[in-house]
Design a protein around this ligand. Structure first.
Ligand code: OOG
Ligand code: MG
Length: 260
């Protein structure tokens, strides 16, 4: 498999960007041309550059497929990362439109708010020293691929299915222990998924360190002020018009999302 040319990277990024803007699913890119995970990240970065050209900017990063539940649901076994932009950030209790999505799903997350730059290589303990606060979040993912099915390079090229995220309003300091927090996600008042933050690579701090360590070879780092989503602790649940999803996390309060 040879590396994608820059023209191929740009064309794939434009196709995924268009699919996202029109909420139209497309066939997997690898069905047309096989490419590596590394090239998937080239497509992802080119896609973020297109959003920046439209005036959007980077506010954070996320890891995905960091829990067994997520890996099993998506049939992909390696953690990946994606970029979070300002346009993806919703207010707590905010509303999203079903019509601007292909097939939205929601998942429960633990979030680190960075007070300092964080550059890999680091251990989880060192990574925590860059954290200023901890909160919970709901992430709305929306694969731009048909039937929400993809290979690892495809989902990387699609910015790890990122669409929107909403942060809880309870913020705890760095010293707050995230190792094993109960997490309960309800849809329309009924339990949908529950689990523990321990499902996230055994400790969400490991996801933060993995993020910094994956950026380092690119000469990139997490920056002070960034928001970091450590990955869904349970499987993601589908979202339909009229749905109200609430996440409650032990000692981190709750966060709500509504679908119109
Ligand atoms: C990929 C995105 C995964 C997570 O938290 O695991 C993700 C997907 O499931 O479509 O954001
Ligand atoms: Mg996620």
């Amino acid at each position: 498999m040879s590396a994608l040319t820059q023209d191929q990277v740009d064309a794939f990024a434009a196709r995924m960007d268009d699919a996202q803007q029109r909420a139209q699913a497309v066939p997997m890119l690898t069905a047309e041309t096989a490419f590596s995970v590394q090239d998937g990240y080239r497509v992802q970065r080119a896609g973020i550059a297109l959003r920046k050209l439209r005036g959007d900017d980077l506010v954070g990063m996320k890891m995905g497929l960091t829990s067994l539940a997520k890996m099993k649901q998506m049939n992909v076994n390696d953690p990946i990362y994606g970029h979070l932009t300002r346009a993806m950030l919703l207010d707590d209790g905010g509303h999203v439109k079903r019509s601007v999505h292909v097939h939205p799903r929601v998942e429960p997350e633990i979030v680190f708010l960075l007070g300092r730059d964080l550059e890999g290589p680091v251990t989880p303990a060192q990574a925590l020293l860059a954290v200023d606060g901890v909160c919970c979040a709901l992430e709305l993912i929306d694969s731009r691929y048909q039937d929400f099915k993809f290979t690892l390079p495809d989902v990387v090229a699609d910015n790890a299915s990122s669409s929107r995220f909403v942060l809880g309003s309870t913020v705890k300091p760095r010293t707050f222990d995230t190792a094993n927090l109960g997490m309960v996600m309800e849809k329309n008042g009924v339990l949908a998924e529950c689990g523990s933050s321990a499902a996230i690579l055994e400790h969400p701090a490991r996801s933060l360190a993995a993020m910094a360590n994956q950026l380092a070879p690119h000469g990139e780092k997490l920056r002070a002020g960034m928001i970091f989503l450590s990955g869904g602790a349970t499987a993601a649940i589908p979202l339909a018009p009229g749905d109200h999803v609430r996440l409650r996390v032990e000692d981190l309060g709750r966060v709500d999302l509504f679908c119109d």
